[in-house]
Design a protein around this ligand. Structure first.
Ligand SMILES: Nc1ncnc2c1ncn2[C@@H]1O[C@H](COP(=O)(O)OP(=O)(O)OP(=O)(O)O)[C@@H](O)[C@H]1O
Length: 320
């Protein structure tokens, strides 16, 4: 787990491209912005030419198949990996909860809080040369009390859901502007997933906080997230407001042979003589098409099926 530190830009030594607009209509500085980001592990490019932005105050879902580059993007965003190309910039204090939720099994919850406070100061000292001062231990203890998690309980004696809550609580204790959570719901039962998401939403409602969280279960994100980032094969395919994205796409069904001329087809599938397509923008004129608004899962699946399709914000100064 990495605790908070000042906002920073991590850029490769190579030329940087134009900044990507935040989109979403709320204006202001994005909480997270990647521009032409490329990250590689030795000879393998994990991210290539990846551009996306998350406006401040949003709860952003980061989705994509195994190996898409989600963890790599998060590590680059919090400064654990240096880009080989392009840049990634996070504004304000950033807190990160890694996929394996590195809590110490032998520690009590109270000891984890003490450890978190000390680590926060040490990490901050190492990175910024100053004491953080943002650590809010009493808010963390109050949050754990609200969740019914005893401070004297050993981490090893907590359920998976409670461990996830402790990890999120430690990250929130640095009062971050941006909270980055790598698969916070993995291995949790549906009730625990719901509880963790609800408690994160309560924090977002209480203060100006931006959240980026990755998950493989799109249905978990539907109620709580209002921004979507889709990564596929190391490239960003989608970065935008979920409602605007859903409004801007249609699912078309019609007979094989119906004309899709004029439509921006994201992906298409065929069942017998029926064709089903996800399209961007307006319905093509052929009256044989039946059109409806997609669900979030259909939108995500439509893009994942066509890795070359993209719905990304336009570069600054260019109308979308
Ligand atoms: N330490 C590493 N060394 C070499 N290659 C790596 C390393 N970590 C990740 N990769 C590769 O980078 C790519 C992106 O991996 P990453 O873990 O970021 O994907 P992910 O979307 O988080 O996947 P998952 O959903 O399975 O967690 C993959 O091809 C992976 O094999």
């Amino acid at each position: 787990m990495r605790f908070g530190r000042g906002g920073r830009e991590v850029a490769s030594g190579r030329g940087r491209r134009g900044v990507v607009s935040s989109g979403g209509g709320r204006g202001g500085t994005p909480a997270l912005e990647a521009t032409g980001l490329g990250v590689r592990y030795r000879h393998t490019w994990a991210l290539r030419d990846c551009s996306l932005s998350v406006p401040a105050g949003r709860v952003a879902a980061l989705v994509g198949p195994n190996g898409a580059g989600k963890t790599t993007l998060m590590h680059a965003a919090v400064g654990l990996l240096r880009p080989a190309r392009g840049s990634v910039r996070a504004a304000g204090e950033v807190a990160f909860v890694a996929q394996d939720k590195p809590l110490y099994e032998g520690f009590t919850v109270a000891e984890m809080l003490t450890f978190g406070r000390r680590m926060n100061h040490r990490v901050d000292h190492r990175w910024g040369g100053r004491m953080n001062g943002r650590w809010d231990g009493s808010a963390a203890a109050a949050r754990l009390a609200r969740l019914g998690i005893p401070l004297e309980r050993k981490v090893s004696a907590l359920s998976g859901g409670q461990q996830a809550q402790v990890a999120v609580t430690l990250a929130l204790a640095v009062r971050p502007d941006l909270l980055v959570l790598d698969e916070p719901l993995a291995n949790l039962d549906p009730l625990a997933r719901h509880d963790v998401m609800r408690s994160i939403m309560a924090e977002v409602a209480d203060r100006e906080l931006t959240v980026l969280l990755s998950s493989h279960v799109v249905s978990d994100l539907e109620e709580t997230c209002d921004w979507l980032v889709v990564l596929n094969g190391g490239r960003s395919q989608v970065s935008g407001d979920i409602e605007e994205l859903l409004d801007g796409h249609l699912v078309l069904t019609g007979p094989d042979g119906a004309s899709a001329a004029g439509a921006q087809v994201v992906s298409a599938s065929r069942t017998g003589r029926q064709v089903s397509m996800l399209v961007r923008g307006a319905c093509p004129p052929d009256p044989r098409w039946q059109a409806r608004r997609p669900g979030l899962e259909e939108l995500v699946m439509g893009y994942l099926r066509s890795p070359e399709a993209a719905a990304l914000p336009a570069p600054t100064g260019v109308d979308a």
